[in-house]
Ligand binder design. Structure first.
Ligand SMILES: [Zn+2]
Length: 114
């Protein structure tokens, strides 16, 4: 499973979701290239919200993942067990059926609850 990112030809920064204009360089600065990557990286930060926005169950785990290729992705996590989540820990990102970025610890195989 892959996720799509864009990478700026000028500054080399990666952005998720992909964009045609680099947000760091601005319009007219050059092109971006779109890539499909494995979605592997590490946990940059995370939080557990006990008063999430309407439409989300409590507690809500939000994980900020830094991809190996660069770029940060804010992901929804599974809150059944948050003890495995730690800053710097391995992370894997995938897109669920509703198009949302989801976090899963890289270590566990056979993840991706449907
Ligand atoms: Zn750029």
């Amino acid at each position: 499973m892959t996720i799509d990112i864009s990478k700026c030809k000028r500054c080399g920064r990666a952005v998720v979701p992909p964009r045609d204009i680099c947000p760091y360089c601005g319009p007219g600065a050059g092109e971006t290239i779109h890539l499909a990557v494995a979605g592997e990286g590490k946990v940059a930060s995370y939080t557990v919200s006990y008063m999430p926005p309407e439409g989300f169950n409590s507690p809500l785990l939000l994980v900020l993942v830094e991809l190996s290729e660069g770029g940060m992705v804010l992901c929804l996590g599974d809150t059944e067990d948050t003890s495995h989540v730690r800053i710097g820990g391995a992370a894997s990102v995938y897109v669920d059926r509703e198009g949302r970025y989801r976090y899963t610890p890289q270590a566990s195989e056979g993840h991706r609850p449907e």
